[in-house]
Design a protein around this ligand. Structure first.
Ligand code: FAD
Length: 403
């Protein structure tokens, strides 16, 4: 039984079914799937990561997404347009040199580009405002809804059952083993239960006596009205010194912002809370626009056509929280997406399915374990402070956690 029909739950269902575990049910409280965090995402898929584990995770995603349609008949909508990372000061350029060296040394193609190449890649960019940049050709982006739907359809083709409109309300645990999931429509027996409930994962894990070291933190992005001059193969652009990213969307631009002073929510989010309850982040996106406008002056003249926002989940060290829930056999949880849950969804599904089907996620995931903070996880003030600090410094130097 998988609790939560966002992209993590659906990828897990797909990977379980692919491993031959077809007696799988996905339980989603809403009437429709992937309508909370997943539907809000920008869908960036970037390989410049802080750890080899996460570089491998994103590489796995890219390979899976490229072959997904031919293997399953369902298109995840991946666009391999590359990503362009921009520096606006010499200090950032020094860190970029490390990025490029590190990337090439670990099999990720990345190279510096000159002003002319940057202009060709991103014609609205004012190159006089940047110190330099590098290009990662195998990165890209996808439509998160399309990707989640592709996982869902591929899983259903293999026999997975999807149950929407039913919320998990409790977990029955006997002699240290999960026995069944309590729902608002009766009990469901389950040998294994995977909680992939996004920002609500802490609330559900608490029902099993586990305090998750994770904070839901609001993240936001907008789409502009269409504008001429955006080439079909426009890459994802990360203006790291502005803490912003940008890519094409519906003929205009989509851009998002990691503000230095983020807004966080209850660590155990109320069950009745929905993404739609979060106010439109108009003011915060005005700040993003001001930060981006020197580099992309065209944004000054483009109206916003859509505001998106949701609760990304952060652990104090910014790494995923994933694995068996301590002291409860058969219960697994995955959260702490660090605004990287679309790109990481493929690996997360593969790891969880490996754990359940073979007792082995296929990687040493001790650095992502639910227990790694020990007693400190009970210090909720510490968890909140550290997690917010990680979010606020997302594009910091020398951090390489670039979504
Ligand atoms: C503005 C924004 C931009 C982003 N951009 C990117 C990006 O560019 N790249 C990237 O990789 N990531 C990005 N992310 C992060 C990404 O969206 C998340 O990491 C990802 O969607 C997490 O998926 P999930 O399945 O864990 O959570 P969710 O999508 O939130 O799914 C959890 C599901 O569980 C259900 N649920 C909750 N409680 C219960 C219950 N009791 N019973 C049954 N069901 C329940 C919910 O209804 C929900 O459908 C972005 C996020 C935001 C908000």
């Amino acid at each position: 039984m998988i609790v939560g029909g966002g992209i993590w739950g659906l990828s897990t269902a797909y990977h379980l079914a692919r491993a031959g575990w077809t007696d799988v049910q996905v339980l989603e409280r809403n009437g429709t799937l992937f309508d909370e965090t997943t539907s809000q995402a920008a869908g960036l898929v970037g390989q410049i990561r802080a750890t080899p584990l996460m570089r491998r995770a994103i590489r796995y995603a890219i390979d899976l997404f490229l072959d997904f349609e031919s293997e399953t008949g369902h298109d995840p909508g991946f666009r391999q347009v590359g990503s362009l990372l921009l520096a606006q000061n010499p200090e950032r350029m020094v860190s970029f040199e490390e990025h490029v060296e590190h990337a090439n040394g670990s099999g990720v193609e990345a190279s510096f580009v000159d002003d002319a190449e940057m202009s060709t890649l991103a014609p609205h960019l004012d190159v006089s405002q940047v110190e330099g940049g590098y290009f990662v050709p195998e990165d890209g982006y996808l439509d998160p809804r399309r990707c989640a739907r592709a996982f869902c359809c591929a899983a259903e083709d293999l026999g997975v059952r999807i149950r929407t409109g039913t919320a998990a309300t409790g977990l029955s645990i006997m002699d240290g083993r999960v026995m069944r999931v309590e729902t608002d429509d009766g009990f469901v027996e389950a040998e294994n239960v995977v909680v992939t409930a996004g920002p609500w994962t802490g609330t559900l894990a608490e029902m099993a006596g586990h305090r998750t070291a994770m904070v839901p933190i609001r993240h936001q992005r907008v789409t502009t009205v269409p504008v001429s001059g955006i080439p079909d193969h426009h890459p994802v652009v990360r203006v790291t010194d502005a803490s912003c990213y940008l890519r094409p969307e519906e003929g205009g631009y989509l851009y998002g912002f990691f503000e230095p002073d983020p807004t966080s929510y209850d660590l155990e989010l109320p069950a009745g809370f929905h993404t739609a309850d979060i106010e439109e982040p108009v003011q915060i996106m005005e700040e993003a626009s001001e930060r981006l406008a020197p580099v992309f002056p065209v944004l000054r003249n483009l109206e916003i056509s859509a505001y998106k926002r949701g609760l990304t989940t952060f652990a104090p060290d910014g790494a995923y929280l994933i694995g068996p829930v301590p002291q409860v056999e058969g219960l697994f949880a995955a959260t702490g997406c660090a605004a990287l849950g679309i790109a990481g969804s493929a690996a997360v599904g593969s790891w969880l399915a490996g754990w359940i089907a073979r007792g082995d996620p296929g990687e040493d995931l001790s650095s992502l374990g639910l227990e790694r903070f020990g007693e400190q996880a009970s210090d909720r003030g510490w968890v909140r402070r550290e997690s917010e600090a990680f979010y606020g410094g997302y594009y910091g130097i020398p951090a390489m956690s670039v979504t």
